[in-house]
Design a protein around this ligand. Structure first.
Ligand code: SAM
Length: 345
């Protein structure tokens, strides 16, 4: 079953007086997801099409200085949590220095990263030392051959090493993300959930989203949370509910006696737009207001044309004010225009 969201009244707060990142529906934005690159060293079937991927020229990406300037202004208007993503964030040059610089910005409470984990084995220690608090590693199966198929060539052993290196470095909690796709990874959920019996990790199952370039995979592959949960309960018995923070998109559960937790992220069957507190900054300098809607505001051109900090802050505030209410997938809207790796998942 897919839920529809009721749209609330638009609020009227005098934007220029408040100087906080708030949208017209009264939601405060405190969480910035930053794509560091559109490039990736995997080609996951639900993320990129098999052929025809075009990557942006590097001079179209924000430089480190441009990126830090925008992030700094975001912290001034209320952003507290930063997440680095991509593409694959670990292939961005100077990643450790970027983490260190972002962590030093006033007002930043937490920096996390979503990664495929391939390069974590050699980077985890330095990233932790630079101030990276947490990681989410994307992993859809514990079967090396299936992993190779889903990622189109990825090495599971190196990813598992990367996860262990992150855990050993003190990043906590370790979260593992699996996109459940019918016929690809839907039979893997029990193996992945079994990890939580002995490890204090959070294994999170995501519903696939209809991003540009993978529409057919979505049409044929959507497995709802209800189905995944039923599969897990068939194997482990009833899951026990665990309290979840109001803006955490994951609903948490636990297998009886397990050390870790199981999360379900259900953007399609149970959209969480009403509590959305996030916007995205793409590698090419666009503020993306909703993952599943094409609305974007271009900062790169303004940054390169000499915009002042005050003008930039005004643009950020005005942009966030017009964040769309919800993604509208249940109503049939599908206008992402760009793929997940080009936006920053
Ligand atoms: N390369 C990094 C990684 O693999 O985690 C970060 C970028 S990746 C685009 C971020 C997250 O988006 C991953 O957890 C991935 O599984 C998820 N993702 C990609 N395409 C998706 C889709 N169509 N629906 C749902 N999640 C998707």
């Amino acid at each position: 079953m897919i839920e529809l969201l009721e749209r609330p009244q638009i609020v009227t707060v005098p934007l220029q007086v408040q100087r906080k990142a708030q949208d017209a529906y009264g939601r405060f934005m405190t969480y910035l997801r930053i794509s560091l690159t559109d490039r990736c060293n995997f080609r996951c079937v639900y993320c990129m099409p098999a052929t025809g991927m075009k990557f942006q020229p590097r001079d179209e990406h924000l430089t480190d200085e441009e990126l830090l300037r925008v992030v700094h202004l975001c912290t001034k208007i209320g952003f507290r949590k930063l997440r680095l993503t991509g593409g694959e964030p670990t292939v961005r040059p100077h990643l450790v220095e970027l983490v260190r610089a972002m962590k030093a910005l006033p007002g930043v409470d937490e920096i996390s990263m979503t990664t495929n984990g391939l390069l974590l084995g050699r980077m985890a220690h330095d990233l932790r030392e630079a101030g990276l608090d947490r990681i989410n590693v994307s992993i859809d199966t514990l079967d090396p051959e299936k992993f190779r198929q889903i990622t189109r060539g990825g090495r599971l052993d190196l990813v598992l090493e990367g996860i262990e290196a992150a855990a050993a470095s003190g990043m906590s909690p370790i979260k593992l993300n699996a996109v459940v796709v019918r016929g690809q990874s839907d039979k893997e959920v029990v193996d992945l959930a079994t990890l939580t019996l002995t490890r204090d990790w959070e294994v999170r199952f995501l519903e696939i989203m209809p991003m540009e370039g993978v529409g057919i995979v979505y049409d044929e592959g959507l497995v709802t949370t209800e189905e995944t949960k039923a599969e897990l309960e068939h194997h482990f018995g009833p899951l026990i509910p665990v309290e979840t923070g109001p803006s955490d998109p994951a609903r948490l559960w636990q297998i009886k006696g397990a050390k870790g937790k199981i999360g379900f992220i259900s953007p399609i069957s149970q959209p969480f737009c009403a509590s959305c507190n996030r916007v995205r900054l793409t590698a090419d300098g666009k503020l993306r207001l909703c993952l599943l809607r094409a609305d974007e505001i271009d900062f790169r051109e303004h940054l390169r044309a000499g915009i002042t900090d005050e003008q930039l802050e005004d643009m950020l505030l005005a942009g966030i004010w017009r964040k769309p209410w919800g993604h509208g997938v249940a109503e049939g809207d599908r206008h992402t225009v760009r793929g997940m790796s080009q936006i920053g998942g």
